[in-house]
Design a protein around this ligand. Sequence first.
Ligand code: AMP
Ligand code: GLY
Length: 419
Amino acid sequence: MGDRKVLVVGGGGREHAIVEALSRSAQVGRIYCAPGNAGIAALAECVAIKDTDIAGLKAFALEQGIDLTVVGPEAALAKGIADEFRAAGLKIFGHTAAASRIETSKEFAKEIMASSGIPTADYRSFTDFDEAFAYVCSRPFPAVLKYDGLAAGKGVVIAADKAEAEAALKDMLLDGKFGEGKVVVEDFLTGPEFSLMCFVDGRRVYPMPMAQDHKRAYEGDKGPNTGGMGAYTALPFITDEDRQYAMTAIMQRAADAMADAGCPLSGVLYGGLMKTPQGIKVIEFNARFGDPETEVVLPLIESDMYSIFEAVACGQEAQEPVWASDVTFGVVLASKGYPGSYEKGYGISGVENAGGIVFHMGTKLQDGVLRTSGGRVMMCVAKAPTLAEARDKAYASVAEIRCDNLFYRKDIAHIAFEY
Ligand code: AMP
Ligand code: GLY
């Protein structure tokens, strides 16, 4: 075991996967996680500091002599955690506030794409309700309306008709439901969606295996949008040529455009992409690891995780990451009622009998009992040479977990199996 001290910021399944990958590094001696969760506590020391309490996190990192901080959530990046840590001489893996605008401002992201020829849906942005509504009515439905700013995943509305568009635009532009802001209206695209995450240091771009998330709550991709109900790697509908195109025409161009704009990336760039009949296009960029994609991607890393984070944080060339040739499959167990209202505090047992890796998303230890404490509670991830084997292993793990208040989707990766 090495002697490096790492602080991971965040407390969900994504951070559990980051902590798990770091725990396999020969350089890492001690991992802290703020605030962490009950599963993370098995691998790291959880510290009760909120992920957006930048002053508190900085004071902790200075006091403990933390060698490297790794940031999960976008809110901390948007608030300038990387800027503040760097100004204090602390090493941190995560973009500056200026660079994280590629996620937090839809209009900024669209401008970066337009200036560098990155394929994406055509769009216009509006601040005036009447102008926005008139434009939407002059175009074919469905209309895609995106609130420009962080809206906790609720900022995108696909309006099927005039009435839905009017209601959504009213929320966004007249009633200030999300705060003052703009709306980006864009063309509706079709095709399978997938996620391509890369470690990016300025113009250097290192791809991770691609993954597909399942955003809808129920089987058959029905029901409300969620933070993600499952994910898997190995996408049969994406060819090597598609991947090459996505790397050169999208991810590399984005990195170069951000460097040219004076806000170089330094962290993870997440491409939310769609394979449309007109080719691969960007749905959105995120300035961080995806959740739940990270839980299926990072278990495949064979390189030293610490070395990659450190190289990117310091602007040094990293070794090309090495990935296992296996594929992964992950199923999210969520509280009944999620993404609407749900109850917390249900006891969970049987986790020790589950094979593969069980990432905790929203759990808490109370008087020695493991309990649910969030909408998405756990994710069972299995690794195998084929997707079918990984699926069978992951659902076998799910069957071991006992809790009265959880549900999960039984059709994760249906697009791959139907292909
Ligand atoms: P987001 O919250 O930005 O991840 O968007 C939520 C979902 O809306 C995406 O995963 C897509 O399924 C859908 N979406 C966003 N933009 C478009 C678009 N231009 N055309 C079709 N679907 C879209
Ligand atoms: N899985 C989608 C996201 O992380 O935004």
